[in-house]
Design a protein around this ligand. Structure first.
Ligand code: NAI
Length: 331
């Protein structure tokens, strides 16, 4: 039998946490033959609720779940973890300045970076979900210098999956037949959902989405804005932000990273830029990646047209600015 993998979920008493931990315990993230030990961290005001989640995990009697650590102590939470899903953060409240929110999250990610650096298992893989996700991941990377930069990522898979969903609805084809959309850049409304390289599996072979949709106005207009604004649309409808789709996409992100992407398929991940596609190095930026043997690689050589170039640059500019704001909170 396989040794259990220790998976940390921070902010585990929150909405995404509540949707995510049962998925992990059922094997959705790491496979139906992989036992897991869940480490759940939250802050003292949420300690009682966190304990309630632990009670429910016990009550659900998940066969793969070999243990649960529920704690408000970051060191205890981080000790020995192989995978860390960082969902906890400080939400933007009405009337708050951007800098104040950034400053709270910088403080959280700086201290949790140190806890992970000192106490996580060697080669721990980190996924940051909490917003501002790219910049939180960058701060985590800066303050956990012994964790390889390749191991620190942020979630844009939800945006990627939303883009697949929009194409699937538009063409009335199963979402599993659509692949290779790309989310470029920031997990924010400046992200660029790109279908220029996406394809659909049809009875006549693989066809480009560009050819099947034909309506360039939709592809350049409503498609992009619907994906960019989907988070806000969910909040409007549910009065709460996306949780089940965020949790499911976080599982997709880790599963593909650890177990590999299928041949001929790429996914979007926020990763540390090496300057590919002339994106400034040193940002956490969403790129198309393939994964193999637990490592991601940025897909190279895709043609970028003028319209796309502008959008790649715009979201990079926003991230550069966010990075500067985050650094200004450190001093
Ligand atoms: P939530 O407010 O329901 O839960 C957040 C939890 O984090 C709370 O239980 C809170 O007590 C906890 N927390 C706060 N500070 C903490 C700390 N220092 N350490 C540990 N836990 C801490 O929020 P929800 O809906 O679960 O969303 C979580 C985050 O995910 C938010 O930042 C949200 O903006 C982000 N998000 C990101 C998405 C993405 O695609 N990257 C998609 C959807 C949400």
């Amino acid at each position: 039998a396989k040794e259990p993998v220790r998976v940390l979920v921070t902010g585990a008493a929150g909405q995404i946490g509540y949707a995510l931990v049962p998925m992990i315990a059922r094997g959705v993230m790491l496979g139906a033959d992989q036992p897991v030990i869940l480490h759940m961290l939250d802050i003292p005001p949420a300690a009682e609720a966190l304990n309630g989640v632990k009670m429910e995990l016990v009550d659900a009697a998940f066969p793969l779940l070999k243990g649960v650590v529920a704690t408000t102590d970051a060191i205890e939470a981080c000790t020995g973890v192989n995978i860390a899903v960082m969902v906890g953060g400080f939400p933007r409240k009405e009337g708050m300045e951007r800098k104040d929110v950034m400053s709270k999250n910088v403080a959280i990610y700086k201290s949790q970076a140190s806890a992970l650096e000192k106490h996580a298992a060697a080669n721990c893989k980190v996924l940051v979900v909490a917003n501002p996700a790219n910049t939180n991941a960058l701060i985590l990377k800066e303050f956990a210098p012994s964790i390889p930069e390749k191991n620190i990522t942020c979630l844009t898979r939800l945006d990627h999956n939303r883009a697949l969903g929009q194409v699937s609805e538009r063409l009335n084809v199963p979402v599993s037949d659509v692949k290779n959309v790309i989310i470029w850049g920031n997990h924010s409304s400046t992200q660029y959902p790109d279908v220029n390289h996406a394809t659909v599996t049809t009875s006549a072979g693989e066809k480009p989405v560009r050819q099947l949709v034909a309506d360039d106005e939709w592809l350049h207009g409503d498609f992009i804005s619907t994906v960019q604004q989907r988070g806000a649309a969910i909040i409007k409808a549910r009065k709460l932000s996306s949780a089940l789709s965020a949790a499911s996409s976080a599982c997709d992100h880790i599963r593909d990273w650890v177990l590999g992407t299928p041949e001929g398929t790429w996914v979007s991940m926020g990763v540390y830029s090496d300057g590919s596609y002339n994106v400034p190095a040193g940002l956490i930026y969403s790129f198309p990646v393939t994964c193999c043997n637990g490592d991601w690689t940025i897909v190279q050589g895709l043609a970028i047209d003028d319209l796309s170039r502008k959008k790649l640059d715009l979201t990079a500019e926003e991230l550069t600015e966010e990075k500067a704001l985050a650094y200004s909170c450190l001093t």
